[in-house]
Design a protein around this ligand. Sequence first.
Ligand code: ZN
Length: 153
Amino acid sequence: MDNLSKCQRKYAMTQVKSTNTKAEIYVRSLLHQMGYRFRLHRADLPGKPDIVLPRYKTAIFVHGCFWHRHKNCNRAKMPRTNIEYWEKKFKKNVSRDRWIKNQLEFLGWNVMVIWECELKKKNELKEKLEEIRYVVDSFSYRKAADNKKMYIT
Ligand SMILES: [Zn+2]
């Protein structure tokens, strides 16, 4: 067995699959407070992003640190046993996330990942979400223009 208890693992499993997790609901409530308008789980977009802000062409994923392998995060420690099993599983998750990000960016979307551990620092998280309004906006149009160029050539 690995160093997660059966119960913990069951919990982790539900976290990776389920939508409308507590973390997502929290991020949504912050966005709402900040005056953002958003949509949820747009099935027509790659990876069915957890939250989508159409006005800023931004897709937000709320990721659990363990399953999505948040770098240098102590919530993403490698289990000590069954390493091969976990490595395979993690690799699959990470490459899937990367593929989804590439697809969305190719379509001109900005991708923001909110890590579960970031939820604890409310002010920093709000700052990060605030950036969507200012920085990401022009960035997205530039990227969309680049993508168009790619189609033309
Ligand atoms: Zn983390």
